[in-house]
Design a protein around this ligand. Structure first.
Ligand code: HEC
Length: 158
């Protein structure tokens, strides 16, 4: 009896470790990466409910290669850093961080969602995940429109 409980606990632990290693890590240091572009989404824009505010996109070295060549190698990471906007005094300035959206390239691991893993971290939290196992419906359904561009909307400029 005791042995079977131990076996069950052992397998539960293995499954937990597996799930943890599959989780997309918080993109530490992304503010030091390549800035790709910024955009302000105002009320009235169709995506305002989900992505209203100002966002900046950042690419790590591998993703930079992807933007330049059109082929994103495994290990590419792109960050969508979404902040509130303040519009006082006829200026648009950054407010509080709303979410850090992440795309991680691993053609095999994320084959079901175009070779990209998707995750979001709420506000300034590095642990509070907003996507989890819902990447296919919450993110990929929209990014699929960019199949010809490896599911990436933005493009690089010098
Ligand atoms: C309704 C459509 C839509 C949905 C849903 C969506 N995105 Fe996007 N995403 C976009 C658009 C459009 C851009 C380009 C924004 C720009 O050009 O500044 C983008 C850009 C991005 C980028 C930068 C790389 C690129 O494709 O340009 C990341 C990272 C990203 N999204 C992550 C996510 C995550 C994570 C989710 C799920 C929580 C998600 N997106 C859901 C439309 C969507």
């Amino acid at each position: 009896m005791k042995l079977s409980i131990a076996i069950v606990l052992f397998f539960a632990a293995v499954v937990a470790v597996d799930a943890a290693t599959d989780a997309i890590p918080y993109p530490q240091g992304y503010r030091q990466w390549q800035h790709v572009k910024s955009m302000v989404i105002q009320p009235g824009h169709p995506l305002h409910a989900s992505f209203g505010g100002i966002h900046h996109l950042y690419a790590n070295d591998k993703a930079r290669t992807g933007y330049r060549t059109g082929k994103f190698p495994d290990g590419s990471v792109i960050v969508f850093d979404l902040l509130d906007v303040n519009t006082a005094d006829s200026a648009i300035t950054e407010g509080k961080r709303k979410v850090v959206g992440v795309m991680v390239r691993d053609a095999k691991k994320y084959a079901a969602t175009g070779g990209w893993g998707f995750e979001g971290f709420a506000g300034d939290s590095q642990t509070e995940r907003v996507v989890g196992d819902k990447a296919a419906t919450a993110c990929f359904t929209c990014h699929i429109a960019r199949k010809q561009q490896e599911y990436v909307f933005s493009s690089y400029r010098e």
